[in-house]
Design a protein around this ligand. Sequence first.
Ligand code: PLP
Length: 294
Amino acid sequence: MSELIYLNGEFLPQAHAHVSVMDRGFLFGDGVYEVIPAYAGLPFRLKEHLQRLNASLEAIRMAPPLDDDQWNDILTRLLAQRGDADQQIYLQITRGAYGRRLHAIPEDVTPTIMAFATELAVRDPELVKQGMSVITLDDIRWERCNIKAITLLANILSQQQARDEGAQEAILVRDGLANEGTASNLFIVKEGLIITPPKSQHLLPGITRDLVLELAMDAGLPYAEASVSVEELEQAEEIWITSSTKEVMPVTRLNGRPVDNGHPGPMWEKMDALYGACKARLRLRNAPPDNCYD
Ligand SMILES: Cc1ncc(COP(=O)(O)O)c(C=O)c1O
């Protein structure tokens, strides 16, 4: 199916959606992005994603070029192309094209705004059942990992290293602390307590991370936001990683060794069920607004 791409106010076939080679996103990676899942054609946690988008823009000294209603109109039109299907939206804003290559931020430059919807990459059921393999790597990224910047070379190289070593994700370690994955947030279970590192400049404030904490709170599951040392990671009863497309994935191998008994743990099973129920509530279009239905 040849879907339309939103580009700077127009909905265009992919073959006609062109951006200047002088675009600062292309030249410098000077831009930010979001990935928003949609279930049964409805965006999941849209308000939170747009809040994070605006926080990323502010952090790179850009004013939001569109308000939430304008985004809503664009995303509704993109999603309507596949009707009620589960989908994911990618949206990106770069600082735009300027006449010459200049590190300093030009004053008179118009942002490039782009968005498209694709089929949701469904989680591999076999991997969900078996659990993921991860490795730990030194975090070679910069000090502003809270910004969802399109500049992702360090994430790409680290993710590829994990693949080269037969794992699916790398947990990034800085100063002895495990902060997050290359494209996911990190949770461990220690003595029955669900723990995720607190928000900081060393990790992305994941929308799924926040939802998992809300679901834990609502269900009365014990949880804490606390730093996770490499030793705690190695001794964890359970390890999970979370993201908008992976949802809550169990990790059963760390650096080639089994995590606890090498099977997805009971706390993960509970959380995965809570997350699934949350998605199911969104699918019921007449469900009352709650955590899951924005
Ligand atoms: C570095 C990083 N951390 C965490 C996440 C998870 O964020 P979210 O739950 O908002 O998808 C992502 C998502 O791609 C990411 O790239």
